[in-house]
Design a protein around this ligand. Structure first.
Ligand code: SAM
Length: 394
């Protein structure tokens, strides 16, 4: 169930609204845990044996999708999941609209000139088509749409929607990914002491804050194209007492000098970009990193690392969740992408980490001593999830 977020911009809603959100979260947990397990059992018991008898064993996620497309178990799973996704946003929006005046006041105060400015917007920037042309993952208004001056609704919707969507699996303030990635680096590379960290496609800066908490001496900046997310994210970070900056920028063209940044991080960002932009983001990361700096992208695992079924399972979003670049990204050769951007083969990095904020510190430290292998839980939002990251040292 969604727990209350631990900041002052959190809107619980009235009892009926809160009950609806609980229901939607529970429904998502049921679909992604129970129904997904039953669907896999069904595939393994009934569909795969028949295909293999006909000498047509699926070799890729696409083959599995083709085989399951007209199957009623898959269709039922998909319609439940699609509807649950729409319900996530609907159940989050109403209480936010009801609290609009109060939230506007808090966010305007945090972003006002009265406090030292942590937020830099750029009105000249065009919103790229990957954000502007559709409601990404069915979120009304995508990340960027603004209905009023200094609007922040896109950010508030992401925060509250993600909390419902992730049914308690993203950490106390939805920052488990950032905490796990930053801790992994801090513990595995104790001599690495970054002073400048940027988080690309940061949305509301939930994972940006995690880097500042892990490396308190570093200057940490969240970068995104969507002002509505950045306004909200800046107010959120201030409310949490985390000293980070936010800049509106297109990650394909970074406003940083060459060799000036220690860590270029992103999480769940690349899969929302067309491949041509992923290439630009990586080249830009290579350019702005200092020698010895680190590029690290937390992402969904590449299709060539998974079984055909697991690849199919993760690619569901590409077909049914307004994520048009999801599969194209996961079909790429991740090593080649990095090397084409100028990173050297022997400096590539790949990691799989358990969830830091759900473990005792000692258990986490022991767990990451062993290099984890790709498996059915890598990148899959369900019990036992592990996060995948890849990047390179410059
Ligand atoms: C899925 S969200 C990232 C989520 C967030 N990093 C997290 O960990 O949950 C993708 C974000 O990338 C932003 N974005 C998309 N294209 C961009 C671009 N070219 N430059 C900067 N930000 C971009 C979107 O506005 C959105 O906030």
């Amino acid at each position: 169930m969604p727990a209350a977020l631990k900041h002052d911009l959190f809107v619980k809603g009235n009892d009926e609204q809160a009950a609806k959100q609980d229901f939607v979260s529970g429904l998502r947990a049921f679909v992604l845990n129970d129904m997904a397990t039953s669907m896999k059992d069904h595939y393994e018991a009934s569909i795969e044996p028949e295909l293999s008898r006909l000498d047509k064993t699926p070799a890729s996620g696409q083959d599995v999708h083709q085989a399951l497309k007209s199957d009623s178990v898959f269709k039922f799973y998909s319609s439940m999941r699609y509807n649950a996704q729409e319900m996530v946003w609907r159940s989050a929006l109403r209480p936010l609209h009801d609290s609009r005046a109060e939230l506007s006041q808090k966010i305007a105060a945090a972003n006002s000139d009265a406090v030292p400015s942590k937020l830099e917007l750029n009105d000249e920037l065009e919103i790229p088509r990957n954000v502007a042309a559709l409601d990404v993952h069915l979120a009304p208004g995508s990340y960027h749409r603004e209905d009023a001056a200094a609007d922040w609704m896109g950010g508030a919707l992401y925060d509250h929607g993600l909390n419902i969507f992730s049914f308690g699996m993203m950490g106390e303030n939805l920052d488990d990914i950032g905490q796990s990635m930053a801790q992994y680096i801090r513990q595995k590379f104790p001599d690495f002491a970054p002073t400048t960290i940027i988080d690309l496609g940061c949305t509301i800066g939930h994972n940006t804050c995690a880097w500042k908490m892990t490396y308190p001496d570093a200057a940490v900046t969240g970068i995104d194209i969507a002002p509505a997310c950045l306004r909200y994210g800046n107010a959120r970070a201030q409310n949490l007492g985390v000293d980070v900056n936010f800049r509106q920028m297109n990650a394909t063209s970074l406003d940083y000098p060459d060799n000036s940044v220690d860590v270029v991080f992103s999480s769940m960002f690349l899969h929302e970009l067309p491949v041509k932009d992923i290439r630009k983001v990586m080249s830009e990361a290579q350019r702005v990193l200092k020698p010895g700096g680190l590029m690290l992208h937390m992402e969904l695992p590449p299709n060539d690392s998974l079984t055909a079924y697991d690849a199919f399972y993760l690619d569901w979003d590409a077909y049914y969740n307004n994520e048009p670049f999801y599969k194209t990204f996961r079909d790429q050769d991740f090593s080649q992408l990095r090397m084409e951007a100028g990173f050297e083969k022997d400096k590539l990095l790949q990691l799989i980490t358990p969830q830091y904020t759900y473990m005792q510190a000692q258990d986490y430290a022991e767990a990451i001593q062993v290099d984890a292998e790709f498996g059915g839980n890598t990148g899959r939002l369900a019990a036992g999830i592990e996060w995948f990251g890849f990047g390179a040292w410059k």
